[in-house]
Design a protein around this ligand. Sequence first.
Ligand SMILES: [Zn+2]
Length: 273
Amino acid sequence: MPEAPDLEVIKDYLNHRTAGLVVCSAKVLRPTVMRSLAGDFPTDVQGRTLDEFRRQGKFLLAQLSGDRLLVVNPMLTGAFQYCGSSERLYKRTCFILSFSNDRELRYLDDRQMGIAYYVDDESLSQVPRLGEQGPDVLDPGSFEEFQERLRPYHGEIKGILTRGRVLAGIGNAYADEILFAAGIYPFRKKKALTQEETCRLFEMSREVVQEAIPVLRKRLGDNIHVKIRDFLKVHNKGGQACPRCGNTITQVSANQRITSYCRRCQPGLLLKN
Ligand SMILES: [Zn+2]
């Protein structure tokens, strides 16, 4: 679920509230989501100070004192909750960090698809997929570099965007939004894109993500574990009117993922109008 805009808001929220706090204890309720590569996590993390959170694509990283990092890849269903220690536990809570201010950071995951890695600098490179990501969508480098990174790919443009190697941080929902903003049919083959379309794609990637951040920040407030997608323009809006042209938004489902787009604003090869 969390993509770059969600994780940006979560990161800032947690940095304002947890920087400098000491971890009093840690509890792992669902061991399948935890990989400890730097000692036994609950024992080793105790007494360490939380220095800062940072985001790397679709990963959230917590830097702890004494060369320790908690790297979370929340995949489709992971979420973070920051609350008082007496607050009721969600069933989907996987692990808990308790701080000296009587508050807790909880990692929730419905399907336990996400994974947290407890590492040091040396074992950081063992975190799967972290280092394979391209530059972040909010710090993408130049258009020429973007074009160069796109070059080896031949498939459909939405799949290339969500893979994270060309730009990191874009998932299924924001890929739909970016392609809508750029007026590109999601199943277009990369090689069929004109230079102008590629440029629009590059520019809209950052713009769409950037515009979503303040909206999410305001809507989420303290409920950073909640998923808010209703303000998006086309994603998951199948059957509703396109906000640009009024045509009905099309929604298709493949591999358990939906793709939403406007046939008129994002014409496919056979649907030019
Ligand atoms: Zn439209």
